[in-house]
Design a binder for this molecule. Structure first.
Ligand SMILES: Cc1cc2nc3c(=O)[nH]c(=O)nc-3n(C[C@H](O)[C@H](O)[C@H](O)COP(=O)(O)OP(=O)(O)OC[C@H]3O[C@@H](n4cnc5c(N)ncnc54)[C@H](O)[C@@H]3O)c2cc1C
Length: 512
């Protein structure tokens, strides 16, 4: 095992939240650890719709605040929403300073777009529907140029070490061996947990690692039952464990949701029709599909649709669909975790020296349903705030070399794969966009059997295992942990709200 104690602060994750925080940590010697090699990894580069910010004339943080509360179905943490909406301008200025290539009109003014449940056109985009990729290029370039930042790739953070209730360091697996990083200031920013579900827009590395790590270390979790299912993922082939997204911005631009007979499925359901809150649209699509029908998004009426949505167009083309004339087959898919590690407005957790930011954090900001394009903004606003809370003091390493290295579940490759697959299927069926008590209880029972299967052979040292399997086994344990927390929270919450929709108690949704 290697010991590293050269850094004053460690950031786990190189997505929008992790890199934003890292860029604001100067002059602290900062290490950014990323599980993925040669790319940023996580959901950030796949973001299509854009970044919401009420910064244009005729709009205001107040209006953005109201839209966020309505989408969140009354469960948003209002302090967090105030911060998000009021500090949006500062976050956008940070990106402008870093030369983020926002889409502009012929006169050079930034273009603002409309998305579902936003009362104003306030979505900033880049290269059409490639906002996430452009954002990550911008942040990555900044991190590469920053002298205080070192990036370590291909290294999976696994366990937090807490000594006397204070952060002391962490264990990570670099595909060859364990590394122990001794450090008293750690920011967790490893994204969401879409891979708990069989249908997801999240890439295969989104396995809730830092949620599981924090939970195991005794950090409180918050609102874990609140999973956002995006209504319109492409009903086609999976790539890197995820199904491609068909952005909500297409509906914002006028695309229609129809069934196989051409009927508009949102007509008469909500006054905003295709632009109704995501959870509601997802349920209507889920119901139509479960009754044996099919749902399509028809964007053929959008002028220059391919030019405006090049990412959607490319993934559709790979599935033999020409978005200029063909309706796109769509299905709901797990997209975003509103819950996560309980943190305050500065990213603090209940362990000293441990902060958390981005999708992995559960501030309560999004309530029961995230408003479109608010999560990249969250990564920026709360990334800046979290970094600002980290004391600029240096750490005197204790030199504790006696730390015992972690043991790993003893699983063969095939058993590990089959448990992951079964877990994803049961979670999508039992804890999907429409939940019933009987369905959740049945899924929870199956989850228990899977846990017994996974833990039945105990743990072994990594030297006993095929080292290429270790990372996947660690991910599986995290997935099981997060699934258990989702099930527990869902079964303990009898109140049907937003994404946690209980068929037995279909409370009327809060509407504008
Ligand atoms: C297809 C898609 C489209 C979206 N579109 C939008 C949009 O238009 N607007 C919007 O606001 N939001 C959008 N979202 C949501 C938004 O992209 C995410 O919520 C946000 O990017 C999360 O950023 P993050 O930095 O918290 O996590 P991520 O971007 O997921 O980054 C996590 C990082 O942690 C690393 N990591 C994971 N586990 C470990 C580990 N154990 N050890 C070390 N590193 C680890 C990953 O490799 C990655 O670098 C979209 C999401 C998806 C999936």
């Amino acid at each position: 095992m290697k010991y590293i104690r050269d850094y004053q602060v460690i950031v786990v994750g190189a997505g929008a939240a992790g890199l934003t925080a890292a860029l604001h940590l100067a002059p602290l010697r900062t290490l950014v650890i990323n599980k993925v090699k040669n790319e940023t990894g996580g959901s950030s580069p796949y973001a299509q719709g854009g970044i919401a910010a009420a910064v244009v004339e005729g709009d205001s943080p107040e209006l953005h605040y109201q839209d966020t509360l309505i989408a969140g179905d009354g469960l948003c943490n209002r302090e967090m929403v105030t911060i998000l909406t009021e500090e949006a301008g500062h976050a956008i200025n940070f990106l402008l300073d870093k030369k983020m290539p926002f889409d502009r009109d012929d006169k050079g003014s930034i273009l603002y777009n409309r998305e579902g449940s936003h009362s104003r056109a306030r979505i900033l985009r880049s290269q059409g529907d490639s906002t996430g990729a452009a954002l990550m290029d911008t942040l990555k370039k900044g991190a590469d140029e920053a002298e205080h930042i070192t990036c370590l790739e291909g290294c999976m953070v696994w366990e937090l070490h807490v000594r006397d209730k204070r952060t002391a360091g962490l264990f990570a697996w670099d595909d060859k061996d364990w590394i122990y990083f001794e450090c008293d200031k750690i920011i967790l920013a490893a994204g969401g947990a879409g891979q708990v579900f069989s249908n997801t827009t999240n890439p295969s590395e989104s396995t809730g690692d830092t949620i599981a790590l924090a939970g195991r270390a005794g950090v409180s979790l918050n609102m874990m039952e609140m999973i956002q299912f995006h209504p319109t993922a492409l009903d086609g082939d999976k790539i890197n464990g995820r199904i491609p997204l068909v952005t909500e911005a297409m509906r914002g631009a006028g695309a229609l949701l129809i069934d196989e007979t051409g009927r508009r499925i949102m007509e008469g359901v909500h006054h905003l029709r295709e632009l109704a809150p995501r959870d509601l649209v997802a349920r209507v699509i889920w119901n139509t599909i479960n009754c044996g029908g099919r749902v399509f998004l028809d964007g053929s009426n959008i002028p220059d649709v391919e030019k405006h949505f090049p990412t959607v167009s490319a993934s559709c083309r790979e599935n033999g669909i020409d978005i200029r004339k063909d309706p796109i087959p769509v299905t709901p898919a797990a997209h975003y975790l509103m819950g996560g590690v309980l943190t305050d407005a500065k990213g603090r957790t209940n362990i000293e020296g441990l902060w958390c930011v981005g999708e992995t954090a559960g501030t309560g900001l999004h309530g029961a349903n995230r408003l479109a394009s608010n999560s990249l903004l969250e990564c920026l606003v709360f990334g800046i705030r979290t970094a600002g809370d980290v004391p600029k003091t240096s750490f005197k390493p204790i030199g504790d070399d006696k730390t015992v290295q972690p043991m790993v579940l003893s699983l063969s490759n095939s058993v590990m794969k089959s448990i992951r697959w079964e877990l994803q299927e049961l979670m999508f069926t039992g804890f999907g966009p429409i939940r019933t008590r009987a369905g959740m209880e049945d899924a929870e029972l199956k989850l228990k059997f899977l846990e017994e299967k996974a833990y039945s052979s105990g743990r072994v040292s990594v030297s006993v295992l095929n080292r290429t399997n270790v990372r996947k086994i660690l991910e599986l344990e995290n997935l099981l942990y997060v699934a258990r927390e989702i099930a527990r929270a869902a079964l303990n919450n009898p109140m049907s709200r937003g994404a946690h929709f209980l068929i037995e108690e279909p409370k009327k949704r809060i509407t504008a």
